[in-house]
Design a protein around this ligand. Structure first.
Ligand SMILES: *Cc1c(COP(=O)(O)O)cnc(C)c1O
Length: 429
């Protein structure tokens, strides 16, 4: 089995998602749209589950990567837990059928309302990120007559060597409490009436392509576990966060595999007799999705040629926001000896930032041709907007030879009618 097996393959020269030809979906849904593969999502969840085999563990899918209800329902059916970072995501988890004891609540800015929502609906644990949050959570739990299970997110001050916008484990980041202050903060937790300490949490960033930062962080967590136990705290659960990277550029990246990550977890933390939680998002959903778009124009410019697509930065913002790379493929497979030419590949939005890539070698494509962005299943549709009054991009889920629209494209009336005119403007002009 290939390392990159993702169930988006050419069959008879046409790109398929599992057993469904992409043009068949495009005919029904129109472009642009996202497509996810059930088999790939399932496979990626299982890779993590198997990597932690032998340890008491729960894989809590970080839904912020892709929170479509159908994806969540699939994860729930596989036995996953889920990591949420807002009251909205908590509601999504409940709506998809996750029981409260499989929901972990992360995030630096939980409000009292969000805390009460989760305390009333059931929660596995809150990953608390600051002392004021701890105090507020204890008060909220007390007012409801319940006890809130917590871990404290510690910031181990390691360099995750990833993009600055998604690194979270350095001391200058806004996340967690400095590990050097952990014993003091756990003492505060123990003194508050309505909190129950259950463990430690750490999450150092996203799109990590080396195990080394994890190793540094987890060795520090192991040490802290012993120290906190010596202080009399019950540390029975370690939440190790997510962040394992995926090969966006398949020709030259080979991030560690879940099995290698699992071996590291066992080596650094396996002796502590703790329940292990991990929170992968990107690795589960990223290569399980593609964005399909149609070429509107092929435009010759001053010293460069452009492919102008009907997908734009509002549909997939990663290139504009992080300078992210996505492989871009034609849906109709290029001939083996096709003449490759460089193109700037752009969307129709009125900003130069709406550039997916520059100077990308592409085989000949004509207006009307379909192209796909690979590795778009995570942080793609969830970050989409309706900028330029471009309807929110639809999502499709494939399962073997079947496909279903799992979020439809809104109509223009729906979009426009979401706005309301204040009374004092009614009747004017
Ligand atoms: C974003 C996030 C994750 C998931 O990160 P991935 O890189 O998508 O695996 C996990 N845990 C927390 C607390 C997060 O904020």
């Amino acid at each position: 089995m290939s390392r990159f097996m993702d169930h988006f393959l050419y069959k008879d020269g046409v790109l398929h998602a599992e057993d469904v030809a992409i043009p068949e979906i495009a005919d029904v849904v129109g472009t642009p749209f996202y497509v996810y593969s059930t088999a790939t999502l399932t496979r990626h969840y299982r890779l993590f589950d198997e990597a932690l085999d032998g340890l008491d563990h729960l894989v809590c899918y970080a839904m912020k990567a892709n929170s479509n209800q159908a994806v969540l329902k699939l994860m729930a059916s596989l036995g996953a837990g889920v990591d949420v970072v807002s009251g909205g995501e908590y509601r999504r988890a409940k709506a998809a059928g996750f029981s409260g004891d499989k929901i972990v609540f992360s995030g630096v800015g939980k409000t009292r309302d969000e805390m009460c929502l989760a305390l009333e609906g059931g929660i596995r644990q809150f990953n608390v990120e600051s002392e004021p949050e701890m105090v507020l959570l204890s008060r909220a739990a007390e007012s409801l007559g319940v006890v809130a299970p917590i871990t404290v997110r510690v910031n181990p001050d390691v360099d995750a060597k990833t993009h600055e916008k998604i690194a979270t484990g350095k001391s200058e980041n806004k996340f967690g409490i400095p590990i050097a202050r952990a014993r003091e903060v756990y003492a505060l937790a123990a003194s508050l009436p309505a909190l129950e300490v259950v463990g430690i949490d750490v999450h150092i960033g996203s799109q990590l392509t080396s195990l080394e930062p994890y190793e540094q962080a987890y060795l520090k967590v192991a040490e802290l576990t012993e120290a906190l136990r010596a202080d009399g705290h019950q540390i029975k659960r370690l939440d190790l966060g997510g962040g394992l990277g995926i090969p966006y550029e398949r020709s030259n990246t080979a991030p560690p595999l879940p099995i290698e990550y699992g071996a590291l977890v066992k080596r650094t933390l396996g002796h502590l007799d703790c329940e292990i939680e991990i929170e992968p998002g990107r690795l589960i959903a990223g290569n399980a999705g593609i964005l399909v778009s149609e070429v509107i124009y092929v435009k010759s410019g001053e010293g460069r040629d452009f492919l102008i697509l009907d997908a734009a930065m509002n549909d997939l913002i990663r290139p504009a926001m992080y300078g992210a790379y996505h492989d871009i493929l034609p849906v109709i497979e290029a001939d083996a000896g096709a003449d490759m030419q460089p193109f700037d590949i752009v969307g129709p939005v009125c900003e130069s930032g709406d550039t997916f890539t520059k100077n990308r070698l592409m085989p000949p494509v004509a207006p009307g041709a379909l192209v796909v962005f690979r590795s778009a299943g995570a942080y793609g549709a969830v970050m989409a907007s309706e900028y330029n009054t471009r309807p929110l991009v639809p999502e499709v889920l494939v399962h073997e030879h079947q496909f279903a629209v799992i979020r439809g494209r809104p109509t223009f009336d729906e979009i426009i009618n979401r706005d309301t005119i204040p009374e004092w403007l009614e009747g004017s002009a």
